[in-house]
Design a protein around this ligand. Structure first.
Ligand SMILES: Nc1ncnc2c1ncn2[C@@H]1O[C@H](COP(=O)(O)OP(=O)(O)OP(=O)(O)O)[C@@H](O)[C@H]1O
Length: 251
């Protein structure tokens, strides 16, 4: 990775500077991100909100190292990752980031245990150690008794718990959650959010895209997007929110 920037605030785990993502569609340019500058503090919990087409997924994909900016800079834990190639980005995702999706993205042919273990296989862990880790994480998400089940034998909430366990295998610094309760009824969704609340309480940074105000209320900060820009930010007052307040003051 590139050298650390001199202006980096070590509390920031994520920082975008004039981030732009432009899609060229024939003669037309779509500015999915139109110049976004923002920092997220380590251990924070953010909800990214906004109408359809406002740039939420684009923002999430860039922050999750699934896509690259057209211009601007992205500092992940102080290191500029905006120019990294595909292999380096995938290595970063595997070792540093966790992902939870609306559709769970489990492999139907694999048991709960094998689904949870999958990232560890790519990280080169041996079978015994991976199995142990998968068992521990299944316990953490309340699925210790379901290790040999397949996804089709689970409820939606249980499938999302498996996906959360899988996202935790590499002990990620940041968990990205894309509409994590979108396919769940509200009671089950609340249970999943409690799990995310607990993980945030243990120090994990969580960045979540959601349309639902009740779900967004679990986050300590809410970023509203509009036309590829930050429309407004709501943040709960807390002494560690200083950088966000400073950001607001600078706008
Ligand atoms: N691969 C792509 N090629 C061209 N345009 C794209 C591409 N991906 C996104 N866009 C455009 O960029 C803009 C932002 O899209 P994005 O998916 O980030 O919005 P969103 O806020 O996540 O929307 P939704 O809530 O509907 O998922 C939209 O105008 C979209 O049409």
């Amino acid at each position: 990775m590139a050298a650390q920037t001199p202006t980096h605030d070590s509390r920031d785990i994520v920082r975008l500077e004039d981030a732009r993502k432009i899609y060229v569609m024939g003669a037309e340019e779509v500015r999915a991100l139109a110049g976004v500058s923002i920092s997220f503090e380590r251990g924070s919990f953010w909800a990214i909100m906004g109408p359809s087409g406002s740039g939420k997924s684009t923002m999430m994909n860039v922050l999750g190292c699934l896509d690259r900016l057209t211009s601007g800079a992205y500092y992940l834990d102080g290191k500029d990752v905006s120019q990294l190639d595909d292999d380096s980005l995938s290595e970063l995702r595997l070792s540093y980031l966790g992902f939870i999706f609306q559709s769970f993205n489990l492999i139907p042919q694999l048991t709960v245990q094998r689904n949870i273990e999958l990232p560890l296989y790519y990280l080169g862990w041996d079978a015994a150690r991976s199995a142990q880790r998968a068992k521990e994480l299944a316990e953490v998400v309340g699925l210790g008794g379901r290790l040999n089940h397949r996804p089709t034998e689970l409820s939606g909430g249980q499938m999302q718990r498996v996906a959360i366990a899988r996202a935790l295998t590499n002990d990620p610094q940041i968990i990205f959650a894309d509409e994590p309760t979108g396919n769940l009824d509200s009671a089950t969704g609340e249970q999943i959010m409690e799990l995310l609340d607990n993980l945030n309480g243990q120090g994990k940074t969580i960045i979540m895209v959601t349309h639902e105000p009740d779900i967004a209320a679990h986050a300590r900060s809410r970023l509203h997007m509009m036309d590829g820009l930050i429309d407004r930010i709501e943040t709960e007052t807390h002494e560690t929110d200083q950088p966000h307040q400073e950001y607001l003051a600078r706008r």
